[in-house]
Design a protein around this ligand. Structure first.
Ligand SMILES: O=P(O)(O)OC[C@H]1O[C@](O)(CO)[C@@H](O)[C@@H]1O
Length: 620
């Protein structure tokens, strides 16, 4: 689609929009320092090169995009085997910040590629877009909201405005409240309805109200400092509406010693609310309805619905509509359950790690800016080299929930088909994220990465294990054994193995095609000094900002998620049908042939379930 037809589409979209042209998003502008202090950051707001694009231009129409498209042919002529011989190139593809070390020399890219990517960033007004985010502009234009998760981990004295109001004091009011409450629970001064201390916590929530906190919890679980603080306590997460998940969560727990934290930005998510009602029943059927006051608290932006549910708003921990669900782990969504488990001081370190990357992202030049480099390289791999997926491969079992979290951060953010102005994208945006810790993944899906499809890989390694094991007589420590693989895999992918090499090894002729590795498969390596709370915060923020960079360049809104709505509304229709069919034996109606058949079969095969069964909770 050319620029004229896109402009026509855009105008048609406006004509069909319910509230008319007043919804036209503002043209990109430069933003001054007035909205974000302290002054040490002012250099970041210095004048930037002129904006090439208008709000209706797509990035693919700019010269830097076209240059990169043409440049693909140059890169196709190179092989990582040769690129890796260029020491100067490799050295300039290594960046360090605050203990994090990024080596992107195994990307199918030259220094010329990087220059072209920086020009693309300029054409996309990347710097201005980052400024707009930190300035509290409503960059989430389809929901008319600021995007300020950086404020969640800003220092107490920072000033970050949303709609003319500094939000940092509100953030710290909630953090102080969490510190106070979690200390009361942990010290036993807040006790359950029968006078017992609450040593176990079940956090109910789904999507962004679950995945981030689970990732951080899983990572902290084996950190010696955090372990000390967590002694005698348990934190569990109830996400799925599948009653099996309820059963797993309450197994072995006593409501008398359990605190339930209901986490939902909207407090309307069907799965979370049904799970919340289920655990309310679990508590009140044993301890009486008044026990809810001592055993249930909430995290939400919707305090009215929290109260309506029966949780005292004094026992609710607020956050704000400028925090996207998948970006909410640094709000009470993550900070409350994690503070209950590990104490606030540990969680504060996690926030500080994230904040350090926030400062770096905001102020470092692009060539030294880890999230910017990660984001630009992803755009290069997806939109130019045509690699639609990305494997996230932490060589750390403690990071086993990192890829699932980043799946939501990345795929819900950038899984879009239209530009921020509603123009259909003539290029692919977003990527398919998946991953497993190494070395487990090596024994699972790496075959495809080595000899099948080309999947750019993120190798994440930790210098010092928090749980070292040394066995006398072994060649290396257990962590060195793990890390041997971390260092070997990227080279195996980059260099491959040629037929000539195989011939020298006397491999039989008929096996040569099977044993040949083409190589030239891109990866990057990220090395963290350790995996304490601070490093976990750094890792999280690096990936959050990387996703934003990609979205800014692709010109999409990375902060809405309309794609999840259709399935939700169809489920409402099915829920209604299941109710009427079960209670009034009415036939299935109003669905297509396939769904009618499936629903009818489901109902018939479970017709022994009584229409109005008594309350039943899992017993395991
Ligand atoms: O926190 P809530 O409002 O319950 O929403 C949970 C999740 O549901 C989603 O809206 C997707 O369905 C996510 O964006 C969000 O993280």
């Amino acid at each position: 689609m050319g620029p004229i037809s896109r402009a026509v589409t855009f105008l048609c979209n406006l004509a069909h929009s319910s509230s008319g042209p007043s919804e036209i998003p503002p043209l990109p502008t430069d933003f001054g320092p007035q909205n974000f202090l302290p002054a040490s950051t002012l250099s970041f707001f210095s004048p930037v090169p002129s904006v090439e694009m208008t709000s209706t231009t797509l990035i693919c129409d700019t010269q830097p995009w076209k240059d990169l498209k043409a440049h693909v042919q140059d890169i196709k002529k190179t092989h990582l085997r040769d690129l890796m011989n260029d020491k100067e190139r490799c050295e300039s593809m290594m960046v360090e910040f605050d203990g994090m070390f990024l080596d992107y020399s195994r990307q199918c890219a030259t220094l010329d590629t990087m220059d072209k990517l920086y020009k693309l960033a300029e054409a996309a007004s990347l710097k201005q877009q980052i400024n707009r985010m930190y300035s509290g502009e409503h960059i989430n234009s389809t929901e008319n909201r600021s995007v300020l998760h950086v404020a969640l981990r800003a220092p107490r004295d920072a000033v970050i405005n949303s709609d003319g109001k500094n939000v940092v004091p509100d953030v710290w009011n909630v953090l102080d409240k969490i510190e106070d409450f979690s200390e009361k629970v942990r010290s036993g001064s807040w006790i359950g309805a029968t006078g017992k201390p609450l040593k176990d916590v079940i956090a109910i929530g789904i999507g962004g109200s679950f995945l981030g906190p689970l990732f951080v919890h899983t990572a902290l679980q084996t950190d010696p400092e955090a372990v000390e603080f967590a002694k005698g306590r348990q934190l569990r997460f109830l996400a799925n509406v599948d009653p099996i998940d309820v059963a797993r969560n309450i197994a072995g727990l006593n409501p008398e010693t359990t605190l339930v934290v209901v986490v939902s930005k909207t407090f309307t998510t069907a799965e979370t609310m049904l799970n919340a009602r289920t655990l309310r029943e679990w508590i009140s059927s044993t301890l009486g309805p008044s026990a809810v006051a001592k055993h249930m608290v909430a995290v939400s932006t919707n305090l009215t619905l929290v109260e309506k549910f029966g949780i005292d708003p004094n026992n609710a921990f607020a956050f704000w509509d400028w925090v996207g669900g998948r970006y909410s782990v640094c709000s009470a969504v993550g900070v409350l359950p994690l503070s209950l488990q590990y104490g606030f001081s540990i969680v504060e370190k996690f926030l500080k790690g994230a904040s350090s990357i926030d400062d770096h992202f905001r102020s470092a030049p692009f060539e030294k800016n880890i999230p910017v480099l990660l984001g630009l390289l992803s755009v290069w791999n997806v939109s130019f080299l045509g690699y639609p997926a990305r494997a996230i491969l932490p060589y750390s079992q403690a990071l086993e929930k990192f890829a699932p979290h980043i799946q939501q951060v990345s795929m819900e953010s950038n899984g879009k088909g239209v530009s921020i102005d509603g123009v259909p994208l003539p290029y692919e945006a977003g990527e398919i994220d998946f991953g497993e810790p190494g070395t487990n993944g090596q024994h699972s899906f790496y075959q495809l990465i080595h000899q099948g499809r080309v999947i750019p890989c993120d190798f994440i390694g930790i210098v010092k294990s928090q749980q070292p094991v040394y066995l006398k007589g072994e060649v290396v420590s257990n962590h060195d054994e793990l890390m041997s693989n971390f260092f070997a895999q990227p080279d195996a992918l980059a260099y491959g193995k040629t037929a000539e090499q195989l011939l020298k090894e006397n491999v039989s002729q008929h096996l040569i095609p099977h044993k040949t590795f083409s190589g030239n498969r891109p990866s990057l390596s990220l090395l963290l000094p350790s995996l304490n709370a601070y490093n976990i915060g750094q890792l999280l923020a690096s990936y959050e900002h990387r996703v934003a960079v990609e979205g800014f360049v692709w010109g999409i809104n990375s902060f809405d998620q309309w794609g999840v709505e259709l399935g939700k509304s169809l489920a409402t229709q099915v829920r209604k049908q299941l109710h009427t069919s079960r209670t009034k034996s009415e036939p299935v109606e109003g669905f297509n042939f396939s769904t009618t058949k499936l629903l009818t079969r489901y109902l018939q095969a479970s017709s022994d379930i009584p229409a109005d069964p008594p309350t039943l909770l899992p017993r395991i």
